[in-house]
Design a protein around this ligand. Structure first.
Ligand code: PMP
Ligand code: GLN
Length: 379
């Protein structure tokens, strides 16, 4: 077999989680909670199965779920979305992003990717026939330099992908960013893939600003979400794509021959659970407490950080006071010798970077964070 990606190894998330297991390390690498989902949600899944929601769901998703999602978007983003023509339920956000690239790209189309970036974007662009064009974020605060983005646009640029709140940095886009994105997208006739999977994990009283709020941006955007993040259930792999009717139609044309439809009882359970939006609102303060606890404890180590995560459940830390090792070697050494697994930041970059930074996931029980920091104090 001629491999499509001859130089690509196994994803860093798989590698670090396996290394954590091998060395009985505390796993703050791959992003997933170590606490249970709400038992009410689990009970709703059992109920859906027992009530017979066990056959194929409609290709676009259960109507009840799409309706509650439209109501949720109206509540949190103050915009009206048509559940029938603009929302498609997908088997996770990674799938939705890949399907959007398949829908959009013709051979040779360029896609701008601000880096560091979630690791599936670039392979997905390449396997859809596109050409990724990485543009570095400001290393000081991971903000987007819009002049640099503008300079990377060519006549072949078809789209830009933005991730807000951002994995791995925890930075968020501000109003000015979204207005600049809108201006560039309109001026150069670009599509936008907006990865907003951490929409409900935004801290310090800030509000998530979706691209859906900006009409000219929304008109050209595929916006993706994941219940794995909102409901602490990463293993369920369910999410959804919001796009204007014409784009949704093209997306569904592709989706019907990829997954076709998504796990029915989970959809039914989530539709029931989301009747009460207050639980989603509580998610941010629940995770903010974990971020604050983690930072308060990490202040007693020699790791440093530039700013607390504004969103997501990741905190980037600098270890240059501790070691000169490149970040991948440092992450392996830290797992083996000190029993704490992290993700090296350079794994989110396609260009070589001289990083002395690693990413910690703080979506963990306080006891897990406490035990991890006790080990990190010894480094
Ligand atoms: N985008 C980002 C930025 C993520 O961190 C994740 C988490 N894995 C995903 C997409 C994928 O979400 P899902 O598990 O629903 O595919
Ligand atoms: N999104 C999660 C992370 O960034 C996990 C992704 C994965 O395991 N593929 O850690």
């Amino acid at each position: 077999l001629q491999p499509k990606f001859p130089s690509t190894g196994t994803t860093i998330f798989t590698v670090m989680s396996a290394l954590a297991q091998e060395h009985a390390a505390i796993n703050l690498s791959q992003g997933f909670p170590d606490f249970p989902i709400d038992p009410k949600l689990g009970a709703l899944v059992a109920e859906a199965i027992n009530q017979g929601y066990n056959q194929y769901a409609p290709m676009t998703g259960l109507p009840a779920l799409r309706q509650v999602l439209a109501a949720k978007i109206a509540r949190f983003q103050q915009v009206t979305v048509d559940p029938d023509t603009e929302i498609t339920i997908t088997p996770g956000a990674t799938y939705a992003i890949y399907t959007a690239f398949c829908t959009l790209l013709q051979p040779g189309d360029e896609v701008i990717v601000p880096e560091p970036a979630y690791d599936s974007y670039i392979p997905n662009i390449i396997s859809s026939g596109g050409v990724p064009v990485p543009v570095s974020l400001d290393p000081a605060d991971f903000s987007i330099d819009w002049d640099k983005i503008a300079a990377a646009i060519t006549p072949r640029t078809k789209a830009i992908i933005v991730n807000n709140p951002h994995n791995p940095s925890g930075s968020t886009l501000q109003e000015q960013d979204l207005l600049q994105l809108q201006e560039l997208a309109v001026q150069h006739n670009l599509y936008v893939i907006a990865d907003e999977v951490y929409e409900h994990l935004v801290y310090d009283g800030a509000q998530h600003l979706s691209v859906l709020r900006y009409p000219e941006l929304r008109a050209r955007s595929f916006v993706t979400y994941s219940f794995g993040k909102a409901l602490h259930s990463t293993g369920w792999k369910i999410g959804y794509m919001v796009a204007p009717p014409e784009l949704s139609q093209a997306f569904r044309q592709m989706h019907q021959y990829l997954a076709f439809s998504v796990n029915t009882p989970m959809q039914q359970a989530i539709a029931g659970y989301l009747q009460d939006f207050d639980q989603l609102q509580a998610t941010a303060s629940f995770l903010q407490k974990k971020r604050d606890y983690f930072l308060q404890e990490m202040a007693q180590t020699r790791f440093t950080w530039l700013q607390p995560a504004q969103g997501s459940y990741f905190q980037v830390m600098d270890y240059s006071a501790l070691s000169d090792l490149p970040d991948k070697e440092f992450a392996i050494w830290l797992t083996r010798e000190h029993g704490v697994a992290t993700i090296p930041l350079s794994s989110f970059c396609s260009q070589p970077v001289n990083s002395r930074r690693v990413r910690f996931c703080f979506a963990k029980q306080e006891a897990t964070l406490e035990a991890a920091v006790a080990r990190l104090k010894q480094v």
